[in-house]
Ligand binder design. Structure first.
Ligand code: ATP
Ligand code: MG
Length: 239
């Protein structure tokens, strides 16, 4: 399978001299060309999964295979912009000089609705605006896989909807695989091909959503039932 395969992944941290097991044998697939959403209580290890997958940290055990993804774009839980670079330069930061096409950067800036702020410094932007720069930066490298950690959490309702639509468009046009963390069940239901609920350091349950992204109506009986099942799973889960 092209995409991300986690097999029996284990990861512990040490906090205050004591071991803190976070992942206790997590097995999970995030296939290329699909949107996989991770759900789970705060502290259950979602960011840890993204960091291990992106190679920012080493697992203690198990296997992580990340195949077919020539380029992975990372959107962190916080913007992590370079404070000494303008919006424009932050977005083009990951590109080689010869790959910087001003029209593409301008299009991305329009996509994240930051026209007029091209020459602004990160400190001159609100938190949500900074996060939109971070999203544009991740998209700029035309990634074959996106690792996104609550990317839209800091955005207002309307911007969030726009960004969700934009992500689906990128996914559809480029077949970009996405591993996406959110706390919003509705966002998960709108975006996901599969929803993985993590609890107790393992995959508690996986829910597939077979229907196309276009025209999903969360008020359909099918989605209401699914939401109930997922909530039940989350409520039952131990942290
Ligand atoms: N560098 C670290 N050192 C020690 N403990 C850590 C470290 N990073 C994470 N942890 C611990 O690992 C656990 C999982 O953290 P993680 O950030 O993966 O959770 P999360 O599911 O992303 O939570 P949230 O939804 O709040 O973002 C937490 O208990 C946290 O305290
Ligand atoms: Mg997190």
């Amino acid at each position: 399978m092209d995409g991300i395969e986690l097999r029996d992944v284990r990861k512990s941290y040490t906090v205050d001299g004591r071991p803190l097991p976070v992942l206790r044998g997590l097995t999970l697939d995030a296939p290329a060309g699909e949107i996989t959403v991770l759900l789970g209580k705060s502290g259950c290890g979602k960011t840890t999964v993204l960091r291990l997958t992106g190679g920012l940290e080493q697992a203690d055990g198990g296997d992580i295979r990340f195949s077919g993804a020539r380029r992975a774009g990372f959107v962190f839980q916080e913007p992590r912009l370079m404070p000494w670079l303008t919006v424009w330069d932050n977005i083009s930061f990951g590109l080689r000089k010869e790959d910087i096409h001003p029209q593409d950067i301008a299009d991305l800036i329009r996509t994240v609705n930051l026209q007029g702020f091209e020459r602004a410094w990160p400190a001159q932007l609100s938190g949500g605006m900074q996060q939109r720069v971070a999203i544009a930066r991740a998209l700029a490298i035309k990634p074959s896989f996106l690792l996104m950690d609550e990317p839209f959490a800091a955005l207002d309702h309307f911007t969030r909807e726009t960004m969700q639509r934009e992500l689906l468009a990128v996914h559809r046009q480029r077949q970009t695989g996405v591993l996406f963390v959110t706390h919003s069940l509705d966002e998960a239901l709108l975006l996901a091909n599969r929803i993985a609920v993590i609890a107790g350091g393992v995959l508690a349950q996986e829910f597939r959503i077979a229907c196309a992204h276009e025209g999903r109506n969360l008020l359909d009986d099918h989605f209401i039932a699914l939401k109930r099942d997922i909530l039940h799973c989350l409520n039952q889960s131990v942290s």
